[in-house]
Design a protein around this ligand. Structure first.
Ligand code: SF4
Length: 425
């Protein structure tokens, strides 16, 4: 069986012109809080054995780690599209099916051009990568951070480079990734780690996690998001299992058992997930590190209605992880989204409308005393919209007083912004 290829001799580049640079979501996602996204490449020289970019659902043709699609006209389009964006929100770079700073970027320099464009704009940016090549553009990303916010997210699941050589052969070494985190942190940027996918019996062990978290805590990263491995039936699972047989034959039976249900999502048996996630959140608690992008990091960089959307989604996850009943919260979130999507559809249709006015609508709803009809205000209030008075009071504190939810203590903190903006991270 051929080993993963990562650099050089048998690389095949495929140039592709794209029609637009940015994908846009109606609301920010709750994972890395991205609203806009782009990817300069498709497929990935890093060749991680577990990469789900190999799964059929992503339609990546050819050999995943050597047939690389290059979107060379992307910077030109980005330069035209960014100034036209009407809503605040993070531009998120990096996807499950390519790494923007994979080795070919050293030659193509598409990201260097994109960083130069984004450094002249006021949009916050998040990058997820396994490559220390991002350091080449650190001055530009620091400029983005000075104007709005830059979040540097490294994907790292282990502290031993021997593990990296087997499972992520083309990615930067562990030490280089840690050094990149250190330098972005020193440059004043927010730093986070995607500690996923953790491989059962290989990187999900308490021993590995303790060492990894300790090294990341030394760097003072702002969050660590851990997660388990999914193996989608088909190319991804077959490729992974071939490598497992070669490198860890002792684990083959266990993986067959964990992934025997062949779920479309690639999820393992529920009993494994039920054991894993409490263990992961306990590691975060031990190091007092949030396992989601913290509220204080994103809150001033989204439209207020979108901040509330992300916050409520995060609260569902945070409270569920503590075993708290989230049914009332989910019901209120559903009603909030129904209201928001209806109102937002109007703003999306009318290009002359300003999304700041939708923020103002939410602010008006948050005021406890209904404003009289006829003054341009509304007689409704947030309690009526979401059907939950306690949560409405909480959201009102966030919206009106700009309070911040601490994701570790789950306490609402601070009055007014100044002491809680990025400078104190
Ligand atoms: S770096 Fe990301 S996209 Fe690239 S192979 Fe690894 S998991 Fe896949």
């Amino acid at each position: 069986m051929p080993g993963p290829r990562n650099n050089g001799e048998d690389l095949r580049l495929h140039s592709r012109q794209v029609k637009s640079a940015l994908r846009r979501a109606n609301l920010s996602d709750s994972f890395v809080v991205g609203k806009y996204s782009f990817s300069p490449y498709m497929a990935c020289q890093h060749g991680c054995v577990y990469c789900d970019g190999r799964a059929e659902r992503y339609y990546v043709d050819g050999d995943f780690d050597r047939d690389i699609v290059v979107r060379g006209n992307l910077p030109d389009l980005l330069g035209r599209e960014i100034p036209r964006l009407r809503e605040r929100g993070f531009v998120s770079i990096g996807s499950g099916i390519s790494d923007a700073y994979q080795p070919i970027e050293a030659h193509e320099r598409i990201m260097a051009q994109c960083a130069g464009i984004l450094a002249t704009q006021d949009h916050p940016v998040t990058i997820m990568t396994k490559s220390a090549l991002a350091l080449r553009d650190i001055d530009l990303w620091a400029q983005v951070n000075a104007r709005s916010r830059f979040i540097f997210v490294v994907s790292l699941t282990h502290a031993a480079d021997e593990t990296r050589k087997v499972w992520e052969p083309g990615a930067s070494s562990v030490d280089d990734r840690l050094e990149a985190l250190r330098r972005f942190k020193a440059a004043g940027c927010v730093t986070g780690v995607l500690a996923m996918p953790l491989l059962p019996g290989i990187t999900d062990t308490s021993e590995n996690l303790k060492t990894l978290y300790a090294r990341l805590a030394e760097i003072d990263v702002d969050f660590i998001m851990p997660g388990g491995l999914t193996l989608r039936p088909g190319r991804q699972k077959e490729y992974f299992m071939r490598h497992l047989e070669r490198h860890r034959p002792d684990l083959v039976d266990r993986y067959h058992d964990l992934y025997r249900e062949d779920r479309v999502s690639g999820a393992p048996r529920a009993s494994y997930t039920a054991e894993l996630y409490p263990r992961l959140t306990a590691h975060n608690a031990d190091f007092r590190l949030p396992w989601l992008v913290p509220h204080r990091v994103y809150r001033n960089h989204l439209q207020v209605y979108d901040e509330v959307n992300v916050l409520l989604h995060h609260m569902v996850e945070l409270y569920e992880a503590r075993g708290i009943n989230t049914r009332p919260l989910k019901a209120a979130l559903k009603r909030y989204l129904a209201w928001l999507e209806t109102r937002k559809a109007q703003y999306n249709r009318h290009r002359s409308w300003r999304y700041e006015d939708l923020d103002a609508e939410l602010t008006a709803l948050c005021r406890t005393s209904p404003r009289p009809a006829g003054d341009g205000g509304t007689t409704a209030n947030l309690t009526a919209v979401i059907g939950n008075g306690k949560l409405a009071a909480f959201v009102s504190e966030v919206v009106l007083e700009r309070k911040v939810l601490d994701y570790v203590t789950l306490k609402l903190e601070g009055r007014k912004d100044e002491s809680l903006t990025g400078e104190t991270l």
